[in-house]
Design a binder for this molecule. Structure first.
Ligand SMILES: Cc1cc2nc3c(=O)[nH]c(=O)nc-3n(C[C@H](O)[C@H](O)[C@H](O)COP(=O)(O)O)c2cc1C
Length: 358
């Protein structure tokens, strides 16, 4: 499981004066706090009443992502930045409250491929009809409702005017959070793939995205499996990519632009670039061993070249002097090799104006 932080909005739906919802929401975040810390979850409590949303007043449909009003843009940014939701909801007339439906209706793609767990409360039904109602609506938005749920009867929950659901309810709430975290991690590849501007990769289902230092664990694994052949070919273990620690990878990722090719949550390949004076340096070109020979390396190399600053004069790559496969690839893409260096590497360059301008 990925260890990236999961940001969960805890949405309190009821807005009427004296509503029970805020107290239920407060109890819930308190009950989840310790486990959230262990699971690397950031809980963000939010009352729908504080969003300042009016009844849907946007001219364009939410699927367009064109929002005229500041309140919608603010709501969009909050939902977009979230990895999942816990909805604290009452049951109004056997259904979800209009505040929740309205908040859902305001947005489109921001909801997609994120888990939604429910904590409901009500009289005999314990709010379960509200949750059933909400579930059939949220699936349309590609939200993924959880099976785990907490439904509380008000009579069992409120004592002397205080919300006191008890240990069993707290345990159930933790179970909802745990399921939410698992589902959120599993859905991450779908979320990433459907983000605006994400470029499709050359294999069906694959996509390209910028890597950040948080991707250092995956990059470390890819490097260690990819540079073994280089070590064998060059009869040397003195290859940084082979033994860099995740911390060291994290460090260099802060000063390079690194692009990763992903499919179904797996990092299939990568390449890094940066400008040095008037040169465009390309390096760490890697493809997982089982997908070699399918043109992915060539595709990543060309992708790295398209990012070049217009006033750079050359693209520069380095490889082992006996890394014949790499050298063949670079030569076939127009790179010329300099004489080998003393450290067992060779530098290959491609003039920009002649080779890339057209
Ligand atoms: C408009 C309205 C409709 C209600 N409908 C239901 C209902 O269908 N089922 C139910 O169990 N309770 C129903 N109730 C009672 C609520 O469960 C109870 O008032 C609860 O405190 C509402 O949550 P809130 O205080 O956070 O608004 C309704 C309450 C209101 C205000």
């Amino acid at each position: 499981m990925s260890m990236k932080t999961i940001r969960v909005l805890v949405l309190v739906c009821s807005t009427r004066p004296g509503a029970l919802g805020p107290a239920v929401g407060k109890w819930l975040t308190g009950a989840l706090e310790a486990r959230a810390g262990e699971l690397d979850v950031e809980l963000v409590p939010l009352s729908l009443g504080d969003l300042g949303l009016s009844f849907l007043d946007e001219e364009e449909e939410p699927s367009s992502g064109i929002y005229a009003h500041e309140h919608t843009r603010r709501w969009s940014a909050l939902v977009d930045a979230a990895d999942g939701f816990l909805v604290v909801t009452p049951e109004y007339n056997y259904g979800m409250p209009a505040t929740l439906k309205n908040a859902l209706d305001h947005l489109g793609r921001e909801w997609a491929w994120k888990p939604m767990g429910f904590v409901s409360y009500g009289h005999t039904s314990a709010g379960t009809r509200s949750v059933q109602h909400a579930k059939q609506v949220v699936t349309t938005l590609r939200l993924v409702p959880l099976g785990a749920t907490l439904a509380m009867r008000i009579g069992d929950t409120v004592q002397d005017g205080q919300v006191r659901p008890g240990a069993a309810a707290a345990e159930t709430a933790v179970g909802v959070l745990e399921e939410l975290v698992r589902v959120s991690h599993a859905l991450r590849p779908l979320r990433e793939r459907s983000r605006p501007g994400v470029q499709a990769g050359p294999l069906p289902g694959s996509y390209l995205r910028a890597l950040t230092p948080d991707d250092a664990p995956e990059v470390t694994v890819l490097q260690r499996c990819c540079w073994v052949e280089e070590a064998l070919a060059n009869e040397s273990l003195d290859i940084p990519a082979l033994h860099e620690s995740p911390e060291r990878v994290r460090e260099w990722m802060a000063s390079w632009t690194t692009t990763g090719l992903w499919r179904d949550g797996r990092l299939l390949g990568m390449v890094r670039t940066r400008r040095v004076d008037s040169d465009w340096h390309v390096g760490r070109l890697a493809v997982v061993p089982d997908l070699r020979g399918r043109g992915l390396g060539r595709w990543l190399l060309r992708t790295a070249e398209t990012g070049v600053d217009p006033d750079c004069l050359r693209v520069v790559v380095h490889t082992g002097v006996r890394s014949e496969r790499n050298i063949r690839l670079y030569r076939s893409e127009g790179y010329l090799a300099a004489p080998p260096a003393d450290d067992g590497t060779v530098c290959l360059t491609k003039e920009m104006v002649a080779s890339l301008a057209g």
